[in-house]
Design a protein around this ligand. Structure first.
Ligand code: FE2
Length: 345
């Protein structure tokens, strides 16, 4: 496995780049906007293809690199389903798996620091965001924080992992880089409590100042969605009602860009073909399945995903390949559902 721990000294944030092999797909956890060029250089140097950018939660102390990475690499932006960010490509829930080629991370919902806090676990290590820090825990005094929930997340979920599991947090202010679950159980001062009440008492009396960047970082991080106006202005977007009218037509091919787990959870539009977003580029290039389908049948591609972000990038890519009738469903399956569009499982 390729694994890099990257540091932003301004916000003391750790970001993590993971891939299963050189030349393969990569994902990044908790990227910082100011460091995006450095990440992309490293991705190039290691001959990787960034396919997912993931935030463990809505950050208050730095601006996320999710939007910039998506704009520069067309990668999929990922956060938990509870997040208040406007649009991310993919939303995860507890029990899901966060996958790229050769790697699958278990998705563990660990609220407390915020209500959208997640941890991601591999067999030997866990990325704990701001839930469990090295000899500390993430503050719980923000509007969406809850010390009681954090206690459950830590004691009920994270500390149940094997003692040897490596702990990689989203921040460290002292220069520590990694710990283990066993070490934190034994030496983390916040975890030496006998009850949830004792933990809540500690967390409610920390009297911490707000992060310097909080007032603009939070609003900025809530607006990470792709700007889709240009796509719509060019006539490449169908709203859910327009898509309903298109769906039954014989000259239309509906293309589902989501992953299998999303299709199983949310359902699919009847008759849609499944072309996962990471495989799109090869399908729309000359000789690819979708390219030849359009050429031989004259069908119009109607692309869709979960929230319309992957499909907006896909429609641009299809247009670039000369598939000029391609469009996408604005707002994705989420909008389709709200328009009472039929779904099968
Ligand atoms: Fe945080």
């Amino acid at each position: 496995m390729i694994f890099r721990q990257l540091f932003d000294s301004v916000s003391s944030t750790y970001s993590y780049l993971l891939a299963s092999r050189q030349g393969g797909e990569a994902l990044i956890i908790d990227p910082v906007l100011d460091k995006v060029d450095r990440y992309l250089r490293l991705v190039r140097e290691l001959d990787l293809r960034l396919v997912k950018a993931v935030d463990t939660h809505l950050h208050a102390d730095h601006i996320t690199g999710l939007g910039a990475l998506r704009d520069k690499t067309q990668c999929i932006t990922v956060m938990g389903e509870q997040t208040k960010a406007d649009v991310v490509s993919m939303r995860l829930a507890d029990g899901d798996r966060l996958t790229i080629e050769g790697l699958a991370l278990d998705v563990v919902y660990t609220p407390g620091h915020t209500d959208d806090s997640y941890s991601f676990a591999l067999p030997d290590r866990v990325f704990t965001g701001d839930t469990l820090l090295i000899r500390g825990t993430g503050r719980t005094d923000f509007p969406n924080g809850d010390a009681r929930h954090q206690y459950e997340s830590i004691f009920g979920r994270l500390l149940k992992l094997p003692d040897s599991t490596l702990v990689y947090p989203a921040h460290d202010y002292r220069g520590d880089t990694v710990s283990t679950i066993g070490e934190e159980k034994a030496f983390n001062p916040r975890l030496q409590v006998r009850s949830v009440e004792e933990y809540v008492e500690i967390m409610n009396n920390l009297k911490l100042a707000n992060p310097k960047m909080m007032d603009f970082a939070v609003p900025a991080n809530m607006k990470v969605g792709l700007h889709q106006d240009e796509i719509a202005r060019r006539g490449w977007a169908a709203n859910a009602n327009e898509a309903l009218a298109l769906a039954g037509k014989p000259d239309v091919a509906l293309i589902d860009l989501r992953e299998r787990s999303e299709r199983e959870r949310q359902g699919i539009i009847p008759g849609a073909l499944h072309v996962p977003y990471p495989r799109l580029q090869e399908s729309i290039a000359p000789g690819g399945v979708l390219h030849e389908l359009v050429r031989s049948t004259g069908k119009r591609l109607v692309l869709y995903c979960a929230f319309g972000e992957r499909s907006a990038m896909a429609v641009q890519a299809a247009q670039d390949e000369g598939l000029t009738s391609a469009c996408h469903i604005e707002g994705g399956i989420d909008a389709w559902k709200r328009a009472n569009g039929p779904l099968v499982r």
